[in-house]
Write a protein that binds this ligand. Sequence first.
Ligand SMILES: NC(=O)c1ccc[n+]([C@@H]2O[C@H](COP(=O)([O-])OP(=O)(O)OC[C@H]3O[C@@H](n4cnc5c(N)ncnc54)[C@H](O)[C@@H]3O)[C@@H](O)[C@H]2O)c1
Length: 346
Amino acid sequence: MTDKAVKLAVIGAGAMGQNHIRFIQEEIGSELAAIADAYEGAKAIADKAGVPFYQDPTKMMDEVELDGIIVVTPNHLHLPIAREAIKRGIPVLVEKPISDDLEDAKKFAEECKEAKVPVLVGQHRRYNPFVNAAKQTIDSGELGKLTVASFHYMIYKEDAYFDVEWRRKKGAGPILVNLVHDVDLLRYLIGEVDAVQALSSSAARGFETEDSAVVNVHFKSGALASMTLSDTTASPWNWEATAREDAQYRPFDADAYFIGGTRGSLSLPRLQHFSYDGEPSWHKPLQMDIKPVDPQLPHKMQLKHFIQVILKKEEPIVTPEDNVKTLETLMAIKLASETGELVSLG
Ligand SMILES: NC(=O)c1ccc[n+]([C@@H]2O[C@H](COP(=O)([O-])OP(=O)(O)OC[C@H]3O[C@@H](n4cnc5c(N)ncnc54)[C@H](O)[C@@H]3O)[C@@H](O)[C@H]2O)c1
């Protein structure tokens, strides 16, 4: 394949799908070729973009010449649609989480390996340059042996958000809806998870689903982490308010993650790196450095990567197999919060 703009279709033109449509239109390496959405009203979006509209994604895949598709439907529809694309040899970018069904996600990961059609999972924070600068610092050993970390997702979703019934029901709380991003970065930055404990509460809103939770994590390396999450807490200590990835959130000069090791510690996204000159000691003055990083919008970086994957110049950074591990960790956290037990993985 030559390097002319790759032809992409978006399946699911809802809130996030419309962002992907805009990213494709703004990226010189890609061209929007079609849109599919089960809802007839979405045709207006395709008309405005000047591309064909389909209510049936498989019909679209059969009729339009495509180099790749982006699946942005509700989670339970990700895999049936991705399987149709793989059958036709079309590379896929599938939104996170890969599925809401762990067993089916595992099966799909195996199918992808056999089919040899590239599938990228949309964990866009992996492309954030501040995250990758942190990863470099950690991997270089500058923090020493990782000991403890704390990850915070404390945010207030407006009350009207919960006017939709399913958002008040079991399973719709922040553990399954929001924590996927933080768990993905936890694994990426610190390593694979061995076991989790969790407590949840619905005392603030009184819904069937949790509004707040705390999680303890034990990593295979022996490191430990705690995660504090709540969608009913008025605070800036969450990724949205600190990472400057999305203009709809007022940015705060604060951090959401704190990662510590025997020789230093690091905050994210501000990248404040604390260490001692020479041997560490609590009686010596700590010094603080900040690595300079050029900000980039992670969703746009993810699209550039997907284009390179289609052109066979790069391998997918987040594979289905990788995302299964994030899903496994999330499900373990959910189970731990329901049973109060320590839940081991794998
Ligand atoms: N990475 C991110 O930053 C991010 C942010 C938000 C949402 N998401 C993910 O994006 C996905 C969609 O979320 P959303 O908030 O845009 O949801 P949404 O409900 O706003 O949009 C989903 C769209 O899919 C369409 N749809 C439903 N069934 C379909 C089918 N069978 N074929 C084609 N289209 C169908 C719906 O009509 C709707 O337009 C989810 O997987 C979510 O986790 C990712």
